[in-house]
Ligand binder design. Structure first.
Ligand code: PGA
Length: 250
């Protein structure tokens, strides 16, 4: 079922005391109860975050995970490990994972399967680079990312999927897609899913927009019919700004 979701992607920010501080401030905010609110501290602070937020409705998610459950994968964290500290949701395919850590669609497909196999929800990120958009190739590129990274899943798996369209040129740059550009792509994403699966699945999945969403532009972006919320980077590191974004739905 389509939901309104605002997820904060903390990236590699906030040590233990900063995590404690940011979450304590967030707990003081009035958040729209109709919006599912998610925070994603770095791995080492997930357990602390889970305990701090246990009695609130704010959910804790991870920013990444490995596809194997355990073994000789130095430096990696598995779905089971995340679940053992209370984490039920994971971001996969963020553009920084793709660009700096060589994560390609084939690897992401395995990670998605591992998350689903562990009954975790995946926030699956994808989006084109500036060159793709300039060349008019952005729709093809997005379709390919979905086909190769996600479309191996079954119809029933879609209840564990949230999509996050993040044009790479808008991430951390202060440059957002216009609300119309976001709407145009989100609509295309639903059409692509409808072709591959069904209209019901396409209409049921929540599609978040990400890339320089701030308190001053969130309402207009979230106001578009196919935009169900946002994946927020920089602005999620300030509790007041993040709360304003959560509360930006009309
Ligand atoms: P930004 O990041 O809001 O800082 O642009 C978004 C993201 O990377 O998810």
């Amino acid at each position: 079922m389509r939901k309104r979701i605002v997820a904060g992607n903390w990236k590699m920010n906030c040590d233990l005391s900063e995590t404690d501080y940011l979450l304590s401030r967030l707990l003081e905010q009035d958040l729209d109860p109709k919006v599912e609110v998610i925070v994603t501290p770095p791995f080492v602070n997930l357990y602390t975050a889970f305990n701090l937020l246990k009695t609130s409705s704010i959910e804790v998610a991870a920013q990444n995970m490995h596809f194997e459950s355990n073994g000789a994968y130095t430096g990696e964290v598995s779905a089971q490990m995340l679940k053992s500290v209370g984490v039920q949701t994971v971001i996969l395919g963020h553009s920084e994972r793709r660009a700096y850590f060589g994560e390609d669609n084939a690897l992401l497909a395995k990670k998605v399967s591992a998350a689903l196999g562990n009954e975790m929800t995946t926030i699956f990120c994808f989006g084109e680079e500036l060159e793709d958009r300039k060349a008019g190739n952005h729709f093809n590129l997005v379709k390919q990312q979905l086909q190769e990274g996600l479309f191996h899943i079954s119809e029933k798996d879609w209840s564990h999927i949230v999509l996050a369209y993040e044009p790479v040129w808008a991430i951390g740059t202060g440059e957002t897609a216009t609300p119309d550009q976001a709407q145009e792509m989100h609509q295309f994403i639903r059409e692509t899913i409808a072709e591959a699966y069904s209209t019901d699945i396409a209409e049921g999945v929540s599609i978040l927009y990400g890339g320089s969403v701030k308190p001053n532009n969130a309402a207009e972006i979230f106001g578009k019919p196919d935009v169900d919320g946002g994946l927020i980077g920089g602005a999620s590191l300030d509790a007041g700004n993040f709360a304003q974004i959560v509360n930006a739905f009309q």
